[in-house]
Write a new protein. Structure first.
Length: 300
């Protein structure tokens, strides 16, 4: 279990927020309601406009506005790590500057997708963002979507050169990584799982928390799992994880956030509408999502 006396700035259950739409536009009222519901149900922090928030298909104006709405609605109650990633370094710098100026506590910067930069290119990309802002930069390593992986040596180089490299969202599912990074950087460097199904093993290996898709629809359950783990109640953490595993799997039965938005509609949180090229999920996927929600006790 993580030592609570040496937890980093960002730990516990963070939600990679969906962006609700109505009639093709951002549904501001539903988004504000979602933010409040998350905090009321114990979520430790919020992450607007990551991939789950459909950042690739938001306009720049919408991207900026969603971050502003989130920060306004949170009103300092929990930390906000604003998604500010792009495969254009100049665009990532602009997004990061806006987020920091709007009051975000940190920014989440994904490894550039499609470009396939070298490790030197990745270093320069994250370095450009870190130089441009004062708030912490969370490196987002997701080779499944970006093709490239951010090497530990590259993270170490960034840590050496910039004081505001604050942590990593690790979506590699490599649960052997946390102890290596703790050894390299100590517990002040936040290690946040980016993969719901392996979050508990990630915590057991020395991780500090997660940026979760499932917590959009099960914030209390996900937060309770993290709280149980930190309190040393391993059995409760394992039981919650066991119940949620089919939900984790269902949330990725198609490209995210299609399934989680459908689940949110079933639960009355917001509509299921996504933006093309994401479209309505298949009937078989809808059944899997509904069955998983019922099995976990989330849907009566």
């Amino acid at each position: 279990m993580a030592d609570q006396t040496t937890m980093p700035q960002f730990f516990g259950s963070y939600t990679a927020l969906i962006t609700p739409f109505r009639d093709g536009q951002v549904d501001e009222a539903a988004f504000r309601k979602l933010v409040d519901w998350q905090i009321e149900n114990g979520t430790n922090g919020l992450v607007p406009v990551g991939t789950t928030g459909e950042s690739p298909t938001l306009s720049h104006e919408e991207h900026d506005r969603v971050i502003e709405i989130c920060i306004e609605q949170v009103a300092g109650r929990v930390p906000v790590i604003a998604g500010a990633g792009s495969n254009s370094t100049a665009e990532a710098v602009r997004l990061a500057k806006h987020a920091a100026g709007a009051g975000a506590d940190a920014v989440l910067i994904v490894s550039p997708y499609y470009n396939k930069p070298t490790q030197d290119g990745l270093y320069c990309h994250f370095a450009a963002v870190a130089q441009a802002i004062d708030v912490p930069v969370i490196i987002y390593d997701i080779p499944g979507r970006s093709i490239v992986s951010v090497g530990d040596a590259t993270v170490a180089r960034l840590m050496k050169d910039f004081d505001n490299i604050g942590g990593i969202k690790d979506a590699t599912s490599n649960v052997a990584r946390p102890p290596k990074l703790v050894t390299m950087f100590g517990n002040g460097f936040a290690q946040l799982s980016g993969e719901d199904a392996t979050t508990l093993p990630y915590l057991a290996a020395g991780g500090h928390g997660a940026i979760s898709v499932t917590s959009n629809i099960a914030p209390r359950q996900v937060a309770d799992m993290h709280n149980a783990w930190r309190a040393g109640d391993v059995f409760t953490a394992q039981e919650i994880n066991r119940r949620l595993l089919p939900v984790h799997e269902a949330m990725f039965c198609e490209a995210s956030p299609g399934p989680v938005k459908y689940a949110a509609e079933l639960l009355g949180i917001c509509g299921a509408q996504t933006r093309l090229p994401l479209c309505e999920i298949a009937q078989s996927s809808k059944k899997q999502v509904e069955d998983a929600l019922r099995g976990a006790g989330l849907l009566n």
